[in-house]
Design a binder for this molecule. Sequence first.
Ligand SMILES: [Zn+2]
Length: 163
Amino acid sequence: MVRKILELGDEALRKTCKPMKTYDLRLWLLLRDMAETMYKAEGVGLAAPQVGILRRVVVIDVGDDHGLIELVNPEIIATEGEQAGSEGCLSVPGRRGYVVRPNKVTVRAQDRKGKKIEITGEGLLARALCHEIDHLDGIIYVDKMDHEIFDDDEEEAASKEEK
Ligand SMILES: [Zn+2]
């Protein structure tokens, strides 16, 4: 079931989420709904608070070999390097910002059955891991961005060239 994505300004997005302690059908249905919601919205990640559930659960799919990644109670345990680039969020539609993130991150989490897992991501996956885990502590990328990126900037430049 596709759920409604909350948008910037909604208080639920600013809460600290609680750890997930039970690995049962309720969690699996949440994970399924979150993946469906993310794919429908054409996002690369979604955190539970974005659908109003204040639990430490995220899904990510950046279109690489990892496929769909489900993380329960994720924690960043190591970071390396730096990347600067454009970032958006399904809860902040139509906007993008320039955000500096680590280039490589290692995350410890649990899977849907409570088994301990570890995942290391670079580039876009590292960015998505940082972004989604931030959501679990009520942090949205706009809090961290250096500046907003406007599509108009590029369109204007292009239209000037045409003239
Ligand atoms: Zn987001």
